[in-house]
Design a protein around this ligand. Structure first.
Ligand SMILES: NC(=O)C1=CN([C@@H]2O[C@H](COP(=O)(O)OP(=O)(O)OC[C@H]3O[C@@H](n4cnc5c(N)ncnc54)[C@H](O)[C@@H]3O)[C@@H](O)[C@H]2O)C=CC1
Ligand SMILES: O=C(CO)COP(=O)(O)O
Length: 329
């Protein structure tokens, strides 16, 4: 199998390195200078330092060459780069199957990735998402992980899950693409909240409460958009929520830890060096939740900390100060 990977950030690089153990992989970046510096260093020093490339990995500055004889394109840009990447493929006349790996809602349209893809790809192009609990550094190092490959086309999901599955990267298929996308997108908002809670030293009880009520909030939102509730108990939902809320490799969790220290958002983003999708997605999810009339108190609190400079302790006090309610609701 030949795979073209678009986007050489931490996750595009890690997936390219992992798949290069079993497939011919071409890693493309839009920045030619980055390709040259990766070639010279034999690793991605900017986004994934200390992880030497396997010999089988090819670096490619020309998108047309990267996809020329590929069997699959994997788009691994942030959500903001998904539409231009798909448009670039369509402009090239590519009809290759596409998987994306971004975890967010598009900021301007509040659309999940498969709806962006529906607007940009010819209807005949097979497509889906690869998502689930997976820190780039661990996947690049060859440590075991499990992912979900979801597509509206169950046959496509089964076929590509089988083709990409390996002993280090176990891949499960699903046909609930909206559930898989919402789990991956909204857990980033919960990870910001978890970082705030841990930064304020609120304790293990508070973190368990946040994860549980966060999962309820994610599920309510996803089901309102047409997802199946059981998807949120899987890798793309609960699995990724646990990882990102508790793992210190998470950039979104880090945003929360720094908000708890009172750092301004602009400074946090400037120093992060990577995307933290939960920031843009928090606003997009809040807008969608208002439209759908879904109650999302944790998302609302995160938005107030991010965009209204509400101090972290006050945001927590606001969440805890609400009246009692039924747990199932
Ligand atoms: N880092 C991780 O552990 C994981 C990340 N993800 C998701 O993967 C996506 C990418 O994340 P990272 O690679 O970690 O981000 P990153 O911040 O490490 O790198 C982003 C890369 O995308 C490139 N990029 C941005 N817009 C582009 C465009 N229009 N065309 C081509 N390249 C473009 C940037 O130049 C940069 O190289 C995000 O949605 C993230 O949530 C998913 C699973 C794990
Ligand atoms: O999605 C991820 C792990 O599954 C990575 O999370 P962060 O973007 O918060 O680092």
């Amino acid at each position: 199998m030949k795979i073209a990977v678009m986007g050489a950030g931490a996750w595009g690089t890690a997936l390219a390195m992992s798949f290069a153990r079993h497939h011919a992989v071409s890693l493309w970046a839009r920045d030619t200078a980055q390709i040259e510096s990766m070639r010279a260093a034999g690793e991605n020093q900017r986004y994934l330092a200390g992880q030497p490339f396997p010999a089988q990995l090819t670096l490619q500055a020309e998108l047309g060459v990267a996809v020329a004889d590929a069997d699959l394109v994997l788009v691994v840009t942030p959500t903001a780069g998904l539409r231009p990447s798909l448009r670039a493929l369509t402009t090239l006349g590519s009809t290759l199957p596409v998987l994306w790996a971004c975890k967010g809602l598009e900021a301007d349209t509040q659309l999940p990735a498969h709806e962006v893809a529906a607007a940009e790809l010819p209807a005949t192009v097979s497509r889906g998402i690869l998502t689930g609990p997976s820190f780039a550094q661990e996947v690049a190092a060859g440590l075991p992980a499990a992912l979900t490959l979801a597509s509206e086309d169950a046959g496509f999901a089964d076929e590509w899950a089988a083709a990409l599955n390996s002993s280090r990267l176990r891949i499960y298929s699903s046909n609930d693409i909206i559930g898989a996308e919402i789990g991956g997108a909204v857990k980033n908002i919960m990870a910001i909240a978890a970082g705030v809670g841990d930064g304020l030293k609120l304790g293990h009880n508070a973190r368990a409460a946040l994860l549980t009520r966060g999962l309820a909030e994610i599920t309510r939102f996803g089901v309102a958009l047409g997802a199946r509730p059981e998807t949120f108990n899987g890798l793309s939902g609960l699995g990724d929520l646990i990882l990102t809320c508790t793992g210190d490799l998470s950039r979104n969790r880090k945003v929360g830890l720094l908000l708890a220290e009172g750092k301004p958002l602009a400074e946090i983003i400037r120093n992060l060096g990577h995307v933290a999708e939960g920031v843009n997605t928090a606003r997009a999810v809040q807008q969608q939740a208002e439209r759908l009339q879904v109650d999302m108190p944790i998302t609302a609190a995160v938005c107030r900390m991010l965009f209204e400079e509400l101090p972290a302790a006050e945001a927590i006090a606001g969440l805890m100060g609400r009246g009692a309610k039924k747990e199932a609701a």
